[in-house]
Design a binder for this molecule. Structure first.
Ligand SMILES: [Zn+2]
Length: 110
């Protein structure tokens, strides 16, 4: 392969893999991106807000919001436990889904 063509391919590949700035601290998964595309923005915002109120907790004490864990309350409605691998302890175990009490207060002025 000529060196020129080789360099061109390398340039193309590195351009595709150039780091992109992450606007969201936690990138959306496929389900969440699909919802984002098909739902009106206000519905999507409501699902996102609701999913962030629910916490997924591991036995080791690690907790993150259902949204950050890649779920939505709509999909996981009625689920009290969720089999997930914990990023903290590395164990695949049943995580408890519970509503975050600290976020349960009504917004000011409501
Ligand atoms: Zn854990």
């Amino acid at each position: 392969m000529p060196a020129v063509a080789c360099r061109k391919i390398v340039r193309t590949l590195s351009a595709q893999h150039a780091p992109r700035p992450h606007l969201e601290p936690s990138p959306m998964n496929t389900l969440q991106r699909t919802l984002f595309k098909i739902l009106p923005r206000s519905w999507f915002a409501a699902i996102k807000a609701e999913s962030r109120v629910w916490m997924v907790r591991c036995r080791c004490g690690f907790a993150r919001s259902l949204w950050e864990a890649g779920g939505t309350r709509g999909k996981n409605a009625g689920t009290a436990h969720w089999l997930r691998r914990c990023p903290q302890c590395g164990q695949r175990s049943w995580h408890r889904i519970s509503r975050n009490a600290s976020s349960d207060r009504p917004p000011p002025g409501a």
